[in-house]
Design a protein around this ligand. Structure first.
Ligand code: SF4
Length: 476
């Protein structure tokens, strides 16, 4: 039997942890479809599904097309109040029979487990992503971690099959020390991968903000003590339950900053649509104040102010572009503008990943590029920092440009081309910046839609043999 590892906090750490307050929160969550099937959801929420919708979902129960087997249903009261007046927001959390019509997709999108040296940690680039919890306050139907949230069995690189496990402090701290020692002894880069010091960690899951403050604080201080320079918390809680960003949480952050002033803290928010934070009138229009500014939901505004007023916390938003939710350049324009106005950066927009059932949710890659590009027309430079990224298993890849015109002399570019650029190579930092050019396919929702039209691929996103074949034909 392997001995359970222990972690002993330092004195400075213990002092910080002893002062943390962990209040209980009442999110009024409806968990699963069962309360709707049995009509024991709170009365005002019961109408979230029509009788017909419930009947259609009930028929699928326990079959291969059971929507909850794919992705558990969960909803907070705060989010219900927003969703009841917003179709796009309903599409985020409301299960539909259509989502299990076509279950094609990867069980482990992006082959995440290939990058997992320790249970619960993905080590990519100079960064580590950790699964610290396997649920969120509510669940998005398009979730790109449905295999974690749904507790599904995943095959790992060594052929074993198991559910994805969660990170534990002792193992993670040991791994950080040992990786960073190898890097330090090799002149600052890892001898095999060219990666630098593991200096940044993203607490993810699931949503770390469903954990008690004491648990979040334990992660923050253990990571800070192990030499991590910057910690990110990835969360959709600002949308699902903004009341979570209360004084107890903010004062924990303050005291963390006081104890570890050199360690950066980044809150990576996940708003998909401005309906999640702006108030609408009875006609469905956003309410503006006397200065013409959009009025924010008071709870969300308070939470956002709490974060951005702490200048040492950087606040960023990232969101996938998903069918029927935010495949709308007007909505994205308002979102980018209002987030930047209140002090949050627009970090990435993503093309949907190749999750199970991705055809239900994903917008074609070229359409997503056009929507984002259109949304940024007329915005200022600082409002348009976000790029469109698609997560290839090799790493984050920018959809940099889509041309409408052919490139003279380049066979295969008759309908225009797409230029992909590797922003970050997950396994080998040296490949950053390499590009891949493919002929257009307006229907492609994933890389496989371009397999037969690769024109140039120094990034290695496609099969090189195929690239050579295309190049030979164009040279003849
Ligand atoms: S908040 Fe993120 S992890 Fe949670 S259900 Fe939504 S997409 Fe999945």
């Amino acid at each position: 039997m392997t001995e359970k590892k222990k972690y002993t906090p330092t004195q400075r750490e213990q002092k910080f942890l002893d002062a943390v307050q962990s209040p209980k929160y009442h999110r009024d969550i409806v968990n699963g479809l069962h309360p709707f099937f049995e009509e024991n959801a709170p009365a005002e929420m019961q109408g979230f599904y029509t009788t017909g919708e419930i009947a259609a979902l009930r028929v699928l129960k326990n079959s291969d097309h059971d929507v909850e087997k794919r992705m558990p249903v969960k909803l907070t009261r705060h989010y219900f109040d927003i969703a009841k007046n917003s179709k796009p927001i309903q599409h985020i959390v409301k299960a539909t029979p259509e989502e299990t019509n076509d279950l094609v997709g990867a069980e482990d999108p992006g082959y995440q487990m290939d990058y997992s040296p320790v249970e619960g940690l993905l080590h990519k680039y100079e960064m580590g992503l950790m699964y610290v919890v396997s649920t969120c306050s509510a669940h998005c139907r398009f979730c790109y971690r449905e295999e974690l949230i749904g507790r599904k069995d995943i095959e790992r690189a060594d052929g074993t099959v198991a559910k994805k496990g969660l990170a534990k402090i002792p193992e993670i701290v040991d791994y950080i020390h040992s990786h960073n020692e190898i890097v330090a002894n090799n002149g600052g880069v890892h001898p095999e991968t060219g990666r630098e010091k593991l200096r940044e960690i993203l607490l993810s899951g699931g949503d770390p903000m469903v954990l008690a403050n004491s648990k979040i604080a334990a992660w923050l201080s253990a990571l800070a003590e192990s030499g991590i320079e910057s910690i990110r918390i990835g969360t959709k809680e600002m949308a699902f339950f903004p009341q979570r960003f209360d004084d107890a949480f903010l004062s924990m952050l303050d005291s963390f900053h006081e104890t570890y002033p050199d360690v950066g803290l980044r809150m990576i928010l996940h708003f998909n649509h401005p309906d999640e934070f702006l108030v609408k009138d009875d006609q469905g229009n956003y309410i503006v104040d006397e200065n013409g500014f959009h009025q924010w939901n008071p709870a969300t505004e308070k939470a956002m102010k709490g974060l951005v007023s702490r200048g040492w916390v950087s606040v960023e938003n990232q969101s996938p572009i998903i069918k029927k939710i935010n495949d709308n350049s007007d909505a994205l324009r308002i979102m980018q503008r209002d987030l930047k106005r209140v002090g949050a950066e627009n970090h990435y927009f993503f093309c949907g990943r190749d999750i199970v059932a991705h055809r239900t949710f994903n917008v074609p890659i070229e359409t997503a590029w056009k929507i984002l590009n259109d949304s940024q027309k007329g915005l200022s430079g600082v409002e348009t920092h976000a790029r469109l990224s698609i997560t290839h298993y090799r790493g984050k890849t920018e959809v940099s440009a889509v041309t409408s015109e052919p490139i003279p002399g380049l066979a295969g570019s008759e309908n225009g081309v797409i230029i992909f650029k590797l922003l970050r190579n997950a396994a080998d930092a040296r490949h950053r910046g390499k590009v891949c050019i493919v002929g257009r396919n307006p229907d492609a929702i994933w890389f496989d839609g371009y397999e037969d039209r690769v024109l140039f691929d120094e990034a290695g996103l496609f099969d090189y043999a195929r690239v050579k074949e295309v190049q030979t034909v164009s040279e003849e």
